[in-house]
Write a protein that binds this ligand. Structure first.
Ligand SMILES: [Cu+2]
Length: 110
């Protein structure tokens, strides 16, 4: 019985995919990542991207151009999580664009 448990545990560990990374992007008043120049965030394919509201006003996350469009609700707190496919995304907050903008580059595997 003990051998069986160990064997099962080992097979589960072996089957687990490589730990996917999570990248947190702040959603502030009124910026992504940091105030000032709109940033480009680069992540490898498979990265989970989590936008995290850190300000006090309403914002959203809206893809303007990119391989796939997605958009969060307009909200004041909480998070929004996606695992975007590779490509270059142009992202804005719908009510604070063009100042509140960012680019997200999801790199293909090399
Ligand atoms: Cu905003």
């Amino acid at each position: 019985m003990r051998t069986l448990v160990i064997a099962l545990t080992l097979s589960l560990v072996a089957a687990a995919p490589a730990a996917a990374e999570t990248r947190i992007i702040n959603v502030g008043d009124d910026y992504f990542v940091r105030s000032g120049k709109p940033p480009t965030v680069k992540v490898p394919k498979g990265t989970t991207v989590q936008w995290k509201w850190v300000g006090t006003r309403d914002h959203n996350v809206a893809v303007v151009t990119g391989p796939k469009k997605f958009q969060s609700a307009l909200k004041r707190k909480g998070t929004f999580t996606r695992t975007p496919k590779p490509g270059l995304y142009s992202i804005v907050c719908s009510i604070h664009q063009p100042d509140m903008a960012m680019k997200l580059r999801v790199r293909k595997p090399t």
